[in-house]
Ligand binder design. Structure first.
Ligand SMILES: Cc1cc2nc3c(=O)[nH]c(=O)nc-3n(C[C@H](O)[C@H](O)[C@H](O)COP(=O)(O)OP(=O)(O)OC[C@H]3O[C@@H](n4cnc5c(N)ncnc54)[C@H](O)[C@@H]3O)c2cc1C
Ligand code: HEM
Length: 397
């Protein structure tokens, strides 16, 4: 795909990307937001401030450079980026903006080391990746528009119902104002809300928390301390409020399996329960053995207990375990403390032939990931989502 010269020029930048990759991507975002404020609304400021987005992009750029001569080895990382971009509505016209700012950032951070030849090679490599992403994202947009109940771009929904699920999590039931059918989603997928709060455009992803096939989409939102959108939803979004919504996307979905009876282990912490409850709704009637482990601080913050108990009562294949680390008097968890390797071991089949899906705060995810590996679950059976840019779980494991 690339000439040998381009490949060696890109490969020569790998050591410097290892050292300076994050400095480059941090500088890239500064340049882009200064020169193209029109794209700022796509990005989450908190992910900028924490550095997670700059790290995720630096990781992707480094992986691309390191595998430039064998790109098939990193193809597995692309669906997540494609789905994230499509969820947020990234368009072809945004790519030249990112490309120009990225090349300028490489030039400015690397200084004399970034020769004209290196910049030209990176320009070529960027364009090839951009073309691939643009085509794949267009495919997602076209598929979402062509399917029954589908659409492209924004669609206006009205809040039909609000339900408090815990002291911090509230569900919003969204129905399309046009009263048309709804695009089917796969449990685990999320949609994107487009908001303007005090004149600031904001986009946020929210997992679909109800079973598929209902005449509404349900999202369940945790009130985050000082969070712009979550607090606005909790405080100002009432029945009748209209919201602009992009179609469901995401690749954190139940893997199709030839073995329909392979055990499924859903392990979540806090608001990480939202996609798992949708998965549970869909998988419970299949008869597949399911363990649903949920960690909460205490009963007041434990969402969806009633519904999960109902599903377990209705389906003998579903077993649940609730664990609280700071139980309040009167709480009735099955266990206290945190999800440990020993606890997980008790819920895994002896042959470890299991699909383990997990989601929660980062330390929780690092711990579950490490336990899963230590207990012999195959890495490709450990499936997870981040409620933000992808972070590294392996370092901790
Ligand atoms: C795929 C996916 C699915 C998701 N599903 C759900 C879901 O089902 N339910 C759910 O509740 N959430 C979900 N989220 C998270 C959601 O998208 C939002 O990130 C979350 O609601 C917080 O948004 P916010 O606007 O309220 O907070 P933000 O305004 O983004 O702030 C978040 C935190 O960062 C801090 N912060 C913000 N800006 C800065 C700054 N400039 N400097 C320093 N600190 C800052 C804030 O004080 C706050 O503590 C999901 C995210 C993803 C990516
Ligand atoms: C070749 C070019 C690009 C690459 C390699 C790339 C790579 C990435 C990666 C690795 C992530 C993190 C995914 C995750 O783990 O969640 C991401 C997220 C994102 N990308 Fe891109 N991207 C590219 C182009 C673009 C363009 C053109 C835009 C449009 C402005 C864009 C907007 C975004 C946004 C808004 C996010 C989510 C940010 C957040 O969570 O705050 N990207 N991209």
């Amino acid at each position: 795909m690339f000439s040998t010269q381009t490949i060696s020029l890109i490969q020569a930048t790998v050591p410097v990307l290892q050292l300076q990759g994050e400095a480059i991507t941090q500088h890239f975002y500064r340049l882009m937001f200064e020169h193209h404020p029109e794209v700022k609304g796509f990005f989450n400021e908190a992910h900028q401030a924490s550095g997670t987005q700059a790290r995720a992009l630096a990781g992707a750029v480094l992986a691309y450079a390191a595998h430039i001569d064998r790109l098939d080895e990193i193809a597995g990382a692309l669906p997540r980026i494609i789905q994230k971009h499509a969820a947020l509505g990234v368009l072809p016209e945004h790519y030249p903006i990112v490309g120009r700012c990225l090349l300028q950032a490489i030039k400015e951070v690397l200084g004399d080391a970034a020769t004209d030849e290196i910049i030209a090679a990176w320009g070529e490599a960027y364009q090839a990746l951009a073309d691939l992403l643009i085509a794949a994202e267009e495919q997602v947009y076209a598929d979402n528009a062509a399917r029954d109940g589908g659409w492209r771009g924004e669609r206006v929904f009205r809040i039909a119902r609000r339900v408090a699920e815990s002291e911090l999590i509230t569900s919003f039931y969204l129905e399309p104002v046009d009263q048309g059918p709804l695009l089917a989603f796969a449990p685990g997928q999320y949609l994107t809300l487009l908001l303007s709060i005090d004149g600031q455009p904001l986009r946020r992803n929210y997992s679909l928390s109800d079973a598929p096939g209902k005449p509404w989409y349900r999202i369940s939102v945790k009130r985050e301390a000082n969070g712009r959108v979550s607090n606005w939803l909790h405080d100002h979004a009432t029945v009748g409020t209209e919201l602009r919504v992009l179609p469901p996307c995401g690749d954190f979905v139940l893997a199709p399996t030839a073995d329909t009876q392979r055990p499924l282990l859903l392990v979540t912490g806090g608001v990480g329960i939202t996609p798992a409850i949708s998965m549970l709704e869909a998988a419970a009637p299949t008869g597949r053995p399911i363990r649903f482990i949920h960690a909460a601080r205490h009963g007041g913050l434990h969402a969806f207990r009633h519904r999960v108990d109902e599903l377990a009562a209705a389906h003998a294949n579903v077993e649940v375990l609730y664990i609280y680390d700071q139980p309040r008097p009167g709480d009735t968890p099955h266990a206290t403390g945190v999800v440990t390797t020993d606890l997980l071991a008790d819920h895994l089949p002896a042959d470890r032939d299991v699909d383990l899906y997990f989601l929660g705060p980062k330390p929780f995810m690092q711990s579950v990931y490490g336990s899963g590996l230590a207990l012999g679950v195959a890495p490709d059976r450990l499936r997870y989502e981040f409620f933000g840019p992808l972070e590294d779980l392996k370092a901790a494991a």
